[in-house]
Design a protein. Structure first.
Length: 476
């Protein structure tokens, strides 16, 4: 299967309210031979306040924000075409599951496009950083890494690329980061061929579930507190091994004495689950977890000092005890329900509601026709959508692309809504003018101390740009 290695640069760290301003990717075969590539930049959507630090990191000038060849809407259309053309593939990037994938999903959702393009069948998805961390856990000599002040290996893309002798001087531009990711993964495949296919086999939720339902003992790779660790685990009973709410696999860490756990009540299990080290490990089936053969974790501490017969006995107890697995799932359901009840009741905005309510098949089937229509017809077609969120997104797209198409009252209301958001004096979920100036002042102090004239000049330019947006919307 081909791999699509891709990366984005954005106007903000918020996947809900920021925008992709650059996206690049390369299509490679299973041996990392390049077959195609693309790179797009776009203008900043009308009425959005960017984060200064995000633009400094991805080296985006004010000129690029204003005068890019493509509008944001046009760029998303081009990306959708390419991703469809490159399917079926495994889509991956560097730390993409936590950020890039979330951002493209939400951008497509707000852009009236099918959001799950990178992982809906026949496509699959994975994450380069997960693969690199797992390869390192199996054999630390697979990649040269910098070691930080906490004595942990550094897995930042720029650092890792530099340590492999790759040119990382243009890191944090989309196509460069995609290319560096592909090169690092190619190194891992060459140096650790025995694990490569095992890494990729969890690129799909159903494939992942099949693995842990079938295996009696697995090595699960997890990364936290700066360390990549291997855990020797036994999945719960095959009929009762998936979280009843979050739909994630559940396995028990085999370092733990199982017999007292099996005798516990549901309430006792809930108390036990809060203790550390955790006896229950989560397999995030839809987020490309790393599941390896049992032999890998058996070589790691503390499992390498354990008796093999004891390991097998514990795994059998877990797998064969249906009641224990049922009790675990009941405890997990109760914990999830308690968590849901204690959640904040504050308003959920349309932009952050992608997982709260899925778009109907009827609405999704209208997307291609809507995009193919003229701007005037797009406006009249909005009435055909059942989902109010899509109607709101559609009006905003028309406002950004063809404002003269909108009736005067609708145009005025959209402008007022933008003004209300960006001129707010409160701490909001999106970047406001006030928040931007505060960020800018702090960065100005930092770069003045560092005598970084180039960044200070950029801050002046972006500050002036935002002042222009502020003046425009104050007059609404």
């Amino acid at each position: 299967m081909n791999l699509v290695v891709w990366d984005i640069e954005s106007s903000s760290a918020s996947t809900d309210f920021g925008s992709i301003i650059e996206i690049g990717g390369i299509l490679v075969d299973e041996n990392f031979k390049e077959k195609d590539r693309f790179n797009f930049r776009c203008r900043l959507p009308e009425g959005e306040i960017p984060q200064a630090m995000a633009l400094i990191v991805n080296k985006t000038s004010v000129k690029q924000l204003i005068h890019g060849n493509l509008s944001h809407y046009q760029m998303l259309g081009e990306v959708e075409k390419i991703f469809k053309k490159w399917s079926p593939s495994i889509f991956l990037g560097w730390s993409n599951i936590g950020f890039d994938d979330e951002m493209i999903r939400k951008e497509f959702f707000k852009g009236i496009r099918y959001p799950y393009i990178t992982n809906a069948s026949p496509n699959k998805r994975h994450d380069g950083i997960n693969i690199a961390r797992a390869a390192y856990a199996v054999d630390p000599s697979v990649l040269k890494t910098e070691i930080n002040e906490k004595n942990n290996p550094v897995f930042k893309l720029e650092s890792l690329s530099r340590m492999q002798g790759l040119d990382s001087s243009d890191a944090h531009s989309a196509l460069t980061d995609a290319t560096l990711t592909a090169k690092i993964l190619s190194i891992i495949k060459t140096r650790q061929p025995s694990t490569w296919n095992m890494f990729l086999r969890t690129a799909n939720k159903l494939d992942t579930e099949t693995i842990f339902k079938k295996e009696e003992i697995i090595s699960l790779n997890e990364y936290f507190y700066g360390k990549s660790r291997l855990y020797l685990c036994a999945p719960l009973h095959p009929k009762h091994c998936i979280h009843p709410v979050y739909q994630w696999g559940q396995a028990v860490d085999l370092r733990v004495d199982i017999e007292p756990l099996i005798k516990m009540s549901i309430n006792e299990l809930k108390i036990e689950m809060k203790k550390t080290p955790k006896f229950l490990r989560t397999i995030r089936s839809n987020k490309a977890p790393i599941i390896l053969e049992a032999k890998y974790a058996m070589k790691a501490e503390p499992y390498n000092a354990m008796d093999l017969d004891l390991i097998k006995k514990r795994a059998k107890l877990i797998r064969d005890n249906e009641r224990f697995s049922q009790n675990i799932l009941t405890a997990l359901r109760e914990i999830a329900e308690e968590k849901e009840q204690s959640k904040s009741q504050e308003d959920i905005y349309a932009e952050e509601s992608i997982y709260k309510k899925f778009t109907s098949n009827k609405d999704t089937s209208l997307f291609p026709t809507w995009h193919a229509a003229s701007w005037k017809d797009k406006l009249s077609m909005l009435d055909k959508f059942e989902d109010d969120r899509l109607i709101g997104f559609g009006k905003k797209i028309i406002f950004q692309e063809s404002p003269n198409t909108l009736p005067p009252d609708m145009l005025k209301n959209i402008k007022r809504e933008i003004a209300k958001r960006i001129l707010s004096e409160k701490k909001e979920k999106w970047w406001t003018c006030k928040e931007f100036y505060f960020e800018c002042d702090n960065l100005r102090d930092k770069y003045t101390n560092e005598k970084d004239e180039k960044k200070l000049k950029f801050l002046d330019e972006i500050n002036e740009f935002v002042e222009g947006i502020q003046r425009k919307y104050e007059a609404v």
